[in-house]
Design a protein around this ligand. Structure first.
Ligand SMILES: [Cu+2]
Length: 388
């Protein structure tokens, strides 16, 4: 189930749990590489002497060539072609997209009281990330990705309990917390739980994620979500509030006949197969978010990455109020066309639409739209659309 460790056999670096046999094999390999590099230098020196060139200039000239040679020999990922599974879906994809139950983007209510207890149990689970495309995630609270939206008010205390029901160590890092990360965000072994508290003192929409190394792999495997901290001084009232978490997926197969797992080389190369809002490609195209004409809709957006920003844009209108970087203690920007939400950051955007119609919301980095990061805000009941 755990994708990243399963693929380490492709690399020449030893896994930490390798036995003595593996140690000697790697030692021999390293010795071989060292000899090859030393031999290469020796060859250069010998050629030097033979050609009676200036010996002093040669080591500097030889070094870059030797370094390039060693790099190519040691890292096969550099040379591997990265097969793309972008857009690969089964024939009945339209039917499957229709049957898919979309992640609920509607803002949940704020729990009452000064203390908000949140308990998440991690699970290894297979989820769909596009119609008929299955992926082996490490999931917060059995949700798949993203994890549940945590919604609190500024000043409330969050008591987080993380139970690791997975097969390797995990952790949880709240960007909304001011807390010693070596204590609160430390690894939790399988079968164990960790409890910590923090005061939600900074309003905004924040990412939370697993911070266990390699973080790239843990986020890419679905370990992220959003926490919304409403400011004490209430924002202008709106009619609809939706939470969108942008993220991208890197697949080692098409995920159709059998679930795909993480392709770490693709994650490093930033060549995603699918890019999503709330974990599933195009889900709000098939099942649009809704508003009535004249209503104001507030989008709370997090870019979970692991690497991509969300360049948030709503086609056919403006971001009437844009709290860029979810800085809710400053006045919003007005009439913004596109606002960047950086990987690991958030943004809050109000959109008032008067005219009935279908208004796509996208990351205006259009490569990501092509891979699934697009949804629709359905305003009213425009002709020719289904009602959901
Ligand atoms: Cu993790």
């Amino acid at each position: 189930m755990s994708a990243y460790p399963a693929r380490t056999h492709r690399r020449q670096a030893p896994a930490p749990e390798s036995g003595p046999g593996a140690f000697w094999a790697v030692a021999a390999l390293l010795l071989g590489l060292t000899l090859a590099v030393v031999g290469f230098f020796a060859l250069m020196m010998w050629a030097d002497a033979r050609d009676a060139r200036d010996a002093a200039a040669e080591p500097a000239a030889a070094a870059p060539a030797a370094a390039t040679h060693a790099h190519t020999a040691a890292d096969h990922n550099v040379a591997l072609p990265l097969a793309s599974f972008a857009g690969v879906v089964p024939e009945n994809a339209a039917e499957l997209a229709e049957a898919h139950k979309p992640y609920n983007a509607v803002m949940p209510p704020i729990p009452a009281g000064d203390l908000v207890k949140v308990h998440m149990t991690l699970k290894d689970m297979t989820v769909e990330i596009a119609p008929g495309v299955k992926y082996n995630t490490w999931a917060f609270d059995g949700h798949g990705a993203p994890g549940p939206v945590v919604h609190v008010r500024e000043g409330q205390t969050v008591e987080m309990t993380l139970t690791n029901g997975g097969s390797i160590p995990h952790s949880i890092d709240f960007h909304a917390a001011r807390i010693a990360p070596n204590v609160a965000f430390k690894d939790v072994a399988p079968g164990e739980s960790l409890k910590f508290r923090f005061t939600a003192g900074d309003p905004g929409v924040f990412m939370y994620h697993c911070g266990t190394k390699p973080v790239l792999a843990h986020i890419a495997n679905g370990m992220y979500g959003a926490i919304v901290v409403q400011p004490k001084q209430a924002l202008p009232p709106v009619d609809n509030e939706y939470v969108l978490v942008g993220s991208e997926w890197y697949l080692n197969g098409d995920g159709i006949a059998e679930p795909a797992s993480l392709d770490m080389a693709k994650a490093r190369a930033r060549t995603a197969d699918w890019v999503t809002f709330n974990g599933y490609a195009n889900q709000y195209v098939t099942h649009p978010l809704t508003a009535d004409p004249g209503e104001t809709t507030r989008f709370w957006v997090v870019a979970a990455g692991p690497t991509n920003n969300v360049n948030f844009h709503v086609v056919g209108t403006m971001l009437d109020r844009a709290w860029v970087n979810s800085d809710l203690t400053s006045p919003p920007q007005i009439g913004v066309q596109t606002a960047i939400v950086p990987a690991g950051g958030g943004g809050v955007f109000d959109v008032k639409v008067d005219e009935e119609g279908l208004y796509p919301f996208v990351s205006h980095a259009f490569a990501d739209v092509d891979l699934g990061q697009v949804g629709l805000l359905k305003v009213g009941n425009p002709k020719g659309t289904m009602s959901h």
